[in-house]
Design a protein around this ligand. Structure first.
Ligand code: SAM
Length: 388
């Protein structure tokens, strides 16, 4: 092992890994460093040494990248919320595109040409419509910290404002601080309600309003191009995708486990006078066998927008067996998405037509992706997979 703890070394950064850390090398030994940019030479101090890699903290940027910019937030590098404020926005988009193309190529054996350039957010700061503030008692300082989880440990960093949150949430942060929680260990969710959507307090809604039109345009475009007549909107929340694409299909059905979200989805459809859809409160994996039997696969599209952990293996197995004409997979977690696409596309059961990334989370490591999958053309009958 060439390195030990507290070593101070000079490194050239040649890649930006998923999660936002820069990748440097000492011989063939990888060193991860946060808050750097590809092409920079930096001085770092080793903070962790493992068998195959080390981590280091940034001490000094010796040769700055032309893409380096001044972060807008005074808590950047302390707060764990953002990883990329030091990178100009155009470069953030390029790095995210490369990360997704690399990941899909490596993990899902998917050709990188299928990944379109990342659609930018019109508002790279001040966009988040939901944040979670935490309180934590700081014993040594005898003080209640109110803020976010730190970048380098699980303590809370005290913050007075958040530059990526919508301005109205920053007003709410002031109110929370003026009337602080009585003790540590309390989570306070601050949220801007979307206009014209009924969303229960604890139900999911997309957390960047600025990029919603492009997200809808992408999903609508994919759906239209397949010509599917029926839509099965799985993990539908308050009915967002089903309702926004209701005019593209003859009928749709939304499935969601959050009962309050389903009630809200019915109201959301009613206020828009949408009558060609229904909403079912159920676990996707329980209802899917029965549901897919109702539609002829060659006329059906399925939207998958699962939580970060991705789809259950049983759900993927059933989709492979039933083989609807199209699957539109929406995800904010490219790694689980690549894993699931790999399963769906194995043996040519589905073919990936394209992936559209959207920058729903500027300044952070996260990125939303929408994938368009079509039933494989060269297969008479899909091979059955082992359900285990
Ligand atoms: C990423 S959100 C997507 C919501 C919706 N498509 C939208 O755009 O607003 C994932 C949703 O899946 C729901 N969910 C999680 N596990 C589920 C399951 N096993 N069956 C059905 N719904 C589930 C969650 O309650 C959440 O509303």
């Amino acid at each position: 092992m060439p390195l030990k703890l507290a070593d101070k070394i000079s490194l050239t950064i040649h890649d930006l890994a998923f999660g936002g850390e820069g990748v440097g090398r000492i011989d063939d030994f990888v060193v991860f460093v946060p808050f750097v940019i590809v092409g920079e030479t930096v001085e770092v101090e080793i903070t962790e040494v493992k068998k195959n890699f080390a981590r280091a903290k940034l001490l000094r940027v010796v040769t700055p990248s032309p893409e380096r910019v001044t972060p807008e937030c005074r808590y950047f590098t302390q707060c764990g919320g953002c990883q990329y404020q030091h990178i100009g926005y155009a470069a953030q988009l390029r790095f995210k595109h490369k990360q997704i193309a690399d990941l899909f190529e490596r993990f899902g054996k998917i050709a990188r040409e299928l990944v379109a350039p990342v659609i930018p957010c019109p508002s790279p700061y001040g966009y988040r419509n939901r944040i979670m503030i935490r309180s934590q008692w700081n014993g040594p300082a005898k003080k209640l910290e109110i803020g976010f989880i730190r970048a380098d440990n699980n303590f809370v960093v005290d913050i007075e404002e958040c530059k990526i949150a919508e301005p109205v949430l920053n007003e709410q942060i002031k109110e929370v601080r003026a009337n602080p929680p009585p003790k540590g260990g309390i989570k306070v969710v601050l949220r801007v309600q979307p206009e014209n959507w009924n969303v229960p307090e604890s139900s999911f809604f997309q957390n960047n309003f600025f990029l919603l039109p492009k997200l809808v345009e992408t999903v609508r475009g994919f759906l239209k191009s397949s010509g599917a007549k029926h839509l099965v909107d799985l993990y539908c929340g308050v009915g967002f995708f089903g309702i926004e694409t209701a005019d593209v299909v003859e009928s749709f059905v939304g499935v969601e486990s959050d009962q309050l979200a389903i009630k809200a989805a019915r109201k959301n459809a009613e206020t828009r006078n949408i009558k060609n859809g229904e909403f079912i409160a159920a676990q996707v994996e329980d209802i899917l066998p029965e549901l897919l039997q109702k539609f002829s696969p060659e006329r059906t599209a399925v939207i998958l927008d699962p939580p970060r952990k991705g789809c259950w293996p049983e759900t993927l197995r059933l989709l492979r067996e039933t083989r609807p004409a199209q699957i539109i997979y929406v995800s904010c977690h490219p790694a689980t998405m690549a894993r699931d696409l790999n399963i769906l596309c194995a043996e040519g059961v589905f073919e990936l037509a394209r992936v559209q990334p959207l920058d729903m989370f500027p300044q952070t490591q996260h990125v939303e992706c929408v994938a368009d999958l079509r039933a494989g053309q060269n297969l008479a009958k899909p091979p059955l997979m082992d359900s285990n």
